[in-house]
Write a protein of this length. Structure first.
Length: 279
C-alpha cells in the first residue's frame, strides 16, 4: 500500500518545460475489456504518430453495460500492463463504474457518482478492491480517476488511507495540492486553454464514443498544439490551492454542468422540431 509509482521515461518533450508555453497532456477514460477496440487502436495509432503517451483510466471490475461495445479482449490485462511498461500512465478509474448516487460532489461536472455520497468505509473497500485487481495483474498506480469526475471529502480521505496520492481532475494551469492529494487539472474549455502562454492542462478523451469528426480534431490538435506525454505533467511541481481557489473551481464545474444540460435540451428540441416538420 502507498507505493509511489515511478514516472515512466520516454515521453515526448519536444518543446521544453512549463515556462515555455501551454502544454496539453491526454487522458483516456473508460478502459475496460469490452470497450470499442477498433476506435481505441485508431486513437493509439494517432498518438504513436506524434510520440505521445497518455494517461489511461482502467476500470478494475466493470459492471457498466454502457462501456461494453463488443467482445471482451481475453488479453486485456496483459495489454494494459504492456502499455504501462511502454510509458503509458495508468490510473484507477473507480471500481465498477456504476453510478449509485445522484450527487456531484466536490467537482460537480455531473450530477451523479460512483463515490460521492457513499459512506467512507465503503469507499475504502471499493478502492482497496479495485487496487487489488490491478495489482493482481502486475499493474501498480497511485493515481485516481473518478468516474463522472465526482468525488467528495470522504473519497479524498479514503484515497489517502489506501495509498493513493494523485487525482486527475480539477481546473487550473498546473498541478496543485489539496487535502493531502496532488491534483492534475483538466481543461475547462480546450480552445481557451490553447491560448494561454504557459502552464499545463489535460484533454479528456472517450475513445468509445469518438467519431470521425472528433478524430480529425484530435489529429489537428496533435499536429498544431504542444501536446506532451502525461509523464511530463507528473514531473511538474504542484502549487498550493486556497479555499477560494477550490470554491471557484466548484462553481466553474457547476456552471459547465448547467451549460451542458442546456445544450442537450436545445439539441433535443431541435431534433423534435425536425421530426415534426417531416410529419
Amino acid at each position: 500500500m502507498g507505493e509511489q509509482v515511478r514516472v515512466p521515461s520516454g515521453w515526448n518533450n519536444r518543446k521544453g518545460n512549463v515556462e515555455n508555453g501551454m502544454k496539453t497532456a491526454i487522458r483516456i477514460d473508460d478502459i475496460s475489456p469490452a470497450m470499442d477496440w477498433e476506435k481505441f487502436h485508431a486513437f493509439r495509432e494517432l498518438l504513436e504518430r506524434y510520440g505521445v503517451k497518455p494517461l489511461i483510466g482502467v476500470v478494475p471490475d466493470n459492471r457498466d453495460g454502457n462501456l461494453n461495445r463488443g467482445a471482451e479482449n481475453p488479453e486485456f490485462w496483459q495489454y494494459v500492463k504492456q502499455l504501462q511498461e511502454s510509458g503509458w500512465v495508468v490510473a484507477l478509474h473507480g471500481y465498477r463504474h456504476l453510478y449509485t448516487e445522484k450527487k456531484g460532489g466536490m467537482f460537480p461536472l455531473n450530477g451523479f457518482s460512483e463515490f460521492a455520497g457513499v459512506p467512507y468505509g465503503r469507499q475504502v473497500e471499493m478502492l482497496e478492491q479495485g487496487r487489488e485487481i490491478l495489482e493482481s495483474h502486475g499493474i501498480r498506480t497511485d493515481i485516481f480517476m473518478a468516474p463522472a469526475h465526482s468525488y467528495d471529502k470522504n473519497t479524498l480521505k479514503a484515497l489517502k488511507q489506501t495509498g493513493f496520492r494523485r487525482v486527475t481532475d480539477g481546473f487550473g494551469s498546473r498541478p496543485y495540492r489539496w487535502m493531502g492529494m496532488v491534483f492534475y487539472p483538466i481543461s475547462f474549455r480546450l480552445e481557451n486553454s490553447f491560448k494561454r502562454k504557459h502552464g499545463f492542462t489535460t484533454m479528456v478523451v472517450h475513445t468509445n464514443t469518438v467519431n470521425g469528426k472528433e478524430m480529425e480534431k484530435y489529429r489537428r490538435i496533435l499536429e498544431e498544439e504542444d501536446v506532451v506525454s502525461f509523464g511530463e505533467y507528473l514531473e511538474q511541481p504542484p502549487a498550493g490551492r486556497t479555499v477560494f481557489g477550490r470554491l471557484a473551481e466548484y462553481l466553474l464545474a457547476l456552471v459547465k454542468q448547467m451549460l451542458v444540460k442546456l445544450l442537450q435540451l436545445r439539441d433535443t428540441k431541435g431534433k423534435a422540431d425536425i421530426n415534426r416538420a417531416k410529419n
